[in-house]
Design a protein around this ligand. Sequence first.
Ligand code: SAH
Length: 247
Amino acid sequence: MPDVRIILVRPQHPGNIGACARAMKNMGVKRLVLVAPQRFPAEEAVARAAGADDILAAAEIVEDVPTAVAECVFVAATSARDRTIPLPRQDARAAAATLCGQAQLGPVGLLFGAERTGLTNEEVDFAHTLVQIPVDPLFASLNLAAAVQILCYEIRCAIQAGPAAAPEHRPASQEAFNLFLGHLEKTITDIGFLNEKHPRKLMRRLTRLFRRALPDDNELQILRGILNAVEKPHPPRKLSPRDPHNT
Ligand code: SAH
């Protein structure tokens, strides 16, 4: 089984956490991560896990999404709703195949939102792709554990279909990516490009642009080199009289 982490973000009902653990165990998916659960551990969770107590006992509890995905080489966010800022979209089947492929490089994460509110835009910022389970658009919101069940089933099917295509390159770590984003934000603030009235919107667009590109370490180093050069420009190169550009 590839290292796929089912990450429940701020789940409200312990019963749902238990039902998710059961849905995972049925499909052989083992790693459950809980981001700031409202109530956990709880008897209701154990009752609804119906024998998947080992998944609950091993569940990792963390404070926020960045911590939950820190080790992940690839992250998918599930959503019942359309989001305004474009991110590659996949249905559950395609997403499961992508996750199994990327899992050849390291842990991968699948984010699920809270029952009432779903994932915030800030939480979706950590994802490389948005996953929508095709449902009747007139009644699109599934119960949390039902959504986990469908994704885990698709992951099982993807594994059984045979080895996934290996990704073309290894993306940089989340830590390196976040350092780059911080550097980018600082540079565009310093040069007066970041519009202080809409800083978040611009950074969100840039975050998603670079997440889609899945840059590797070398590419991030080049980008950071450019940012360094923007902040501390070297004196312009002196052109020789014979240089064709020297007109
Ligand atoms: N009211 C929330 C929905 C919450 S349902 C909203 O409008 O966003 C709880 C979680 O189940 C969602 O955050 C998502 O992770 C998952 N989910 C529910 N329906 C889904 C669907 N059709 N496709 C993908 N994920 C879905």
